[in-house]
Design a protein around this ligand. Structure first.
Ligand code: GAR
Length: 208
């Protein structure tokens, strides 16, 4: 069974989608831990207390010590895949290297468009006619790893950042579950930093 660890900073609706997909028997997986930089994150409450790790970076002497502790806790949970699902802190290169090839992130834009924050407002400002979400491999450079899968939504007249965010979030959940199904089944994989699908190099993101 596929061991999934989740990094989350806030609400955890993507985490809840994983919890629900496992409960429904759709995703053959187990959530081995939820890890947060915010001890009060709602996300932590979505799993049993013995699977929660919530510690603020300020509890540690510096960022390296924080990421060492986070990484040690994560490693102890022996995950096959580590999903950043609304984890709002940039991971350092040492951390990314430690879990290289097992880290994915869900980002609320059609990468390579709109890396970083405020993606919905920026899609509107840019006049984009469509927007969406991407699941990608994590590399040290922010939101720059190979994109595995994307889901698209239209930008509609009258949208504001909030309405657009809601439309994107509604496709994030099925996108993340479909991607995790493929990752857990070994159909979608990472070899030397490049994604493969059924053993073949994946040149463009799966449209899910
Ligand atoms: C999601 O929209 C996710 O794509 C985004 O934060 C939200 C978390 O929602 N992630 C990022 O912006 C990462 N840079 P959730 O806590 O309800 O899953």
């Amino acid at each position: 069974i596929c061991r999934i660890a989740v990094l989350a900073s806030g609400r955890g609706s993507n985490l809840q989608a994983i919890v629900d997909a496992i409960a429904a028997g759709r995703l053959q997986a187990e959530i081995v831990g939820v890890f947060s930089d915010r001890p009060d994150a709602t996300a932590l409450e979505r799993v049993a207390a013995d699977r929660r790790w919530g510690h603020a970076p300020k509890e540690f002497s510096d960022r390296a010590a924080y990421e060492q502790a986070l990484g040690d806790a994560l490693a102890a949970s022996a995950p096959d895949w580590i999903v950043c699902a609304g984890y709002m802190r940039i991971l350092g290169a040492d951390f990314v290297q430690r879990f290289n090839g097992r880290l994915v992130n869900i980002h609320p834009s059609l990468l390579p468009l709109h890396k970083g924050l405020h993606t919905h407002a920026r899609a509107l400002e840019a006049g984009d006619s469509e927007h969406g979400a991407s699941v990608h491999l994590v590399v040290p450079e922010l939101d720059a790893g190979a994109v595995l899968a994307q889901a698209r939504v239209p930008v509609l007249a009258g949208d504001d950042a909030q309405t657009l965010a809601e439309r994107v979030l509604a496709v994030e959940h099925p996108l993340l579950i479909a991607t995790l199904e493929l990752l857990c089944a070994g159909r979608l994989a990472e070899r030397e930093g490049q994604p493969t699908f059924d053993g073949h190099p994946l040149f463009s993101p799966l449209a899910l």
